[in-house]
Design a protein around this ligand. Structure first.
Ligand SMILES: [Zn+2]
Length: 272
């Protein structure tokens, strides 16, 4: 079993990949082959959250739907009238959708999208929901905001499993994040970046996960073709090489870590 811990299957670019997953699940029905892949599918807004729940119920053996409001969504909302009420309404909808989801993501902060105060409000409202749902994992976007997010998390009673996805911080960020028991994930950038490889060498491997952030276009691999969650095997292969272990050992570690992140009763293990 291989898991991509952070992707966006609701994106239109993922249509071909969803077809492959459907075939894998159909084979399971007819020939009893268990699916080898599971994918945590993250959302960006309410519509995307509904779509991921739909995908997750159709492909329930391989897709783990997360719901939430991405910091980028702030650009759609913008400074409108009654903005406070609008955000509250969005967050109530997320709370309702969480009943049918297996976690929350992608939430977070990113100065690139502006409207810092609104981003903060949306993030805090979503974390508030989490205080009462300790068994659900979270996926957080922290581009250039690792310290700020750590500080915000410390003001909430969040005992959930937390993932700092596509980790790009420095050595001391890594120590600060992992010392709180939070996970970090590495994507295909690990294959090319010596800096990330050095971070992985010094990381607590028990709190590391693998991801692709598909359908991201990652120019070191292709300038046109979006990534597919199948690329997560290349990330795990590189993790094995960097840490001096075998691919099988590293896959096993990643599977254990993923089960821990998703939490036992919340994980999608296929019984054969
Ligand atoms: Zn993402």
């Amino acid at each position: 079993m291989v898991t991509d811990c952070h992707a966006h299957l609701d994106s239109p670019e993922m249509a071909g990949f969803l077809k492959s997953l459907e075939n894998i699940e159909n084979n399971f029905q007819s020939q009893k082959w268990p699916p080898n892949y599971r994918i945590v599918s993250n959302s960006t807004n309410i519509q995307s959250s509904k779509r991921n729940i739909e995908i997750g119920s159709k492909l329930h053996r391989s897709v783990i739907p997360f719901v939430g409001i991405h910091p980028e969504t702030v650009m759609e909302i913008g400074p409108a009238e009654n903005i406070g009420e609008k955000i509250e309404d969005y967050c109530h909808q997320v709370e309702d959708l969480l009943e049918s989801a297996r976690g929350m993501g992608e939430i977070g902060l990113d100065p690139k999208y502006g409207y810092g105060d609104l981003q903060l409000l949306i993030l805090k409202n979503q974390l508030e929901i989490f205080e009462s749902k300790p068994l659900l994992p979270i996926s957080i976007h922290t581009r250039n905001t690792i310290e700020q997010v750590l500080e915000i998390l410390s003001t909430f009673k969040v005992s959930n499993r937390v993932l700092f996805h596509w980790f790009a911080g420095n050595q001391s960020d890594l120590e600060n994040v992992q010392s709180k028991g939070y996970f970090v994930s590495f994507g295909p950038a690990l294959i090319f970046s010596k800096r990330l490889q050095n971070l992985l060498r010094s990381a607590n491997l028990k709190l590391v996960l693998a991801e692709t952030d598909s359908p991201l276009i990652f120019s070191s691999i292709s300038k046109k073709q979006p990534l597919s969650p199948f690329a997560v095997t290349s990330v795990i292969f590189k993790m094995a090489e960097v840490t001096g272990s075998s691919y099988d050992e590293m896959s096993y570690i990643m599977e254990e870590n993923t089960d821990d992140y998703l939490q036992a009763q919340n994980s999608l293990r296929v019984s054969t």
